[in-house]
Design a protein. Structure first.
Length: 388
């Protein structure tokens, strides 16, 4: 049977922003990251990245297994990974490595654990900060193949692991969800895989008689459309995080609220303020670049944010002027943008009695990020016929 390699999971690499830097690196420890696949297959390849690094990362052992509870693995499923036949590898600054293919039967929505160990320092210069998934860090030692390891600390970030590819059927394909923290799933339950792309993947999988469709989550918390900060700006990282993935047929874009919210706060100066026309031009560029690569694009309206962080940062986070920009952007998305489809998340998620706020039942508590119920509502509102 003909097969092809399709990305079944991803975490977009991002720079380490000052407030997000609790760890400088790992010192002879084993790091175990957990990821849930969106589709299964008969083989697997993983990509490890040092995208923002300034020095080489030396790894002495890397393994992959089905994940168990509390940082453990199912030992009989553990597979040592090799790179050009070698157990060790070097990830050079600004680059990635891909392991040799591993024969391994993988179920859709199975949770895999990637464990890596380096004898020396493995610096943290590239990560994915808000993973909503526990990563386990051991005491010094190589526990990459151990069913259980002595855990020294945990975080909810991803580090070297940036993509998992599976050998799927020849007609399998992928949808990329491209956005900021709302796509990344901030505010959803840790370790529960309740981000809206997770629930969206489950809906696609439940269709009968359809080819496998993977869902690749390329959200980055704090990311912006037109300015750098947490991760490269969307217009700059688009080729890496969307167009470089083989087998992608569709794209869902939900980004831009941080372009409106951040300027004139302690997060960004007034010189980074943008207007609706600039943002629409940015969206149009993403749509045009996707179309050149044969992708169909769904563009989403921006969710409300009134009430967000009323004290931090002090002043300016929500203003009536910023709300007018959001409304203008959403109006243009609904009436003028050249996307192949529109998803009106604003209409779905705003409070009918106060449209500048999230519905209370969907609010994680910070008035900008949905909770599990809100993310489920978003995923369930997407018209699946667009992806056929």
């Amino acid at each position: 049977m003909e097969t092809r390699w399709i990305a079944s999971w991803s975490a977009a690499p991002m720079n380490v922003w000052g407030p997000d830097a609790p760890l400088s690196g790992f010192f002879g420890q084993t790091v175990r990251e957990v990821a849930r696949l969106s589709i299964g297959g008969s083989g697997v390849v993983v990509r490890l990245t040092n995208d923002y690094g300034r020095s080489p990362i030396h790894l002495d052992a890397v393994s992959l297994a089905y994940a168990a509870e509390h940082g453990g693995i199912e030992p009989l499923t553990s597979r040592p990974l090799t790179f050009g036949g070698s157990r060790s590898t070097v990830i050079h600054p600004g680059s990635s490595v891909i392991c040799d293919p591993v024969e391994m039967e993988l179920r859709a929505f199975s949770r895999l654990a990637l464990s890596f160990h380096g004898e020396g320092l493995v610096p943290v210069e590239t990560h994915h900060f808000e993973a909503q998934q526990t990563t386990y860090i051991s005491v010094p030692g190589d526990f990459t193949s151990a069913g259980e390891m002595i855990v020294q600390q945990t975080t909810t970030s991803h580090y070297l692991l940036s993509a998992i590819y599976v050998r799927a059927s020849a007609d399998a394909r992928a949808v990329v969800c491209f956005g900021d923290s709302i796509t990344d799933g901030y505010g959803s339950s840790i370790d529960a895989d309740r981000r809206w792309p997770d629930v969206f993947a489950e809906r696609l999988s439940a269709r009968e008689g359809q080819a496998d469709i993977a869902v690749v989550n390329q959200g980055i918390g704090g990311n912006r459309l037109l300015h750098d900060c947490r991760g490269r700006r969307a217009v700059a990282r688009f080729d890496r995080d969307v167009l470089s993935y083989a087998g992608v047929s569709h794209l869902v874009i939900l980004i831009g609220i941080n372009d409106i919210v951040w300027p004139n706060t302690i997060l960004a100066g007034g010189h980074e303020a943008v207007g609706a026309a600039e943002m629409i031009a940015g969206y149009q560029q993403l749509i045009a670049r996707a179309r050149l690569s044969g992708l169909k694009t769904m563009l989403c309206t921006l969710l409300p944010f009134e009430g967000t962080n009323p004290e931090f940062p002090k002043g300016g986070y929500y203003t009536s002027a910023k709300e007018r920009i959001r409304q203008a952007v959403n109006h243009s998305i609904r009436t003028e943008c050249d996307a192949d489809a529109i998803m009106d998340f604003d209409a779905l998620m705003h409070d009918p009695s106060r449209p500048t706020r999230l519905r209370p039942a969907y609010d994680s508590g910070d008035h900008i990020h949905p909770n599990d119920a809100g993310y489920r509502a978003m995923a369930e509102a997407i018209d699946l016929s667009f992806f056929e």
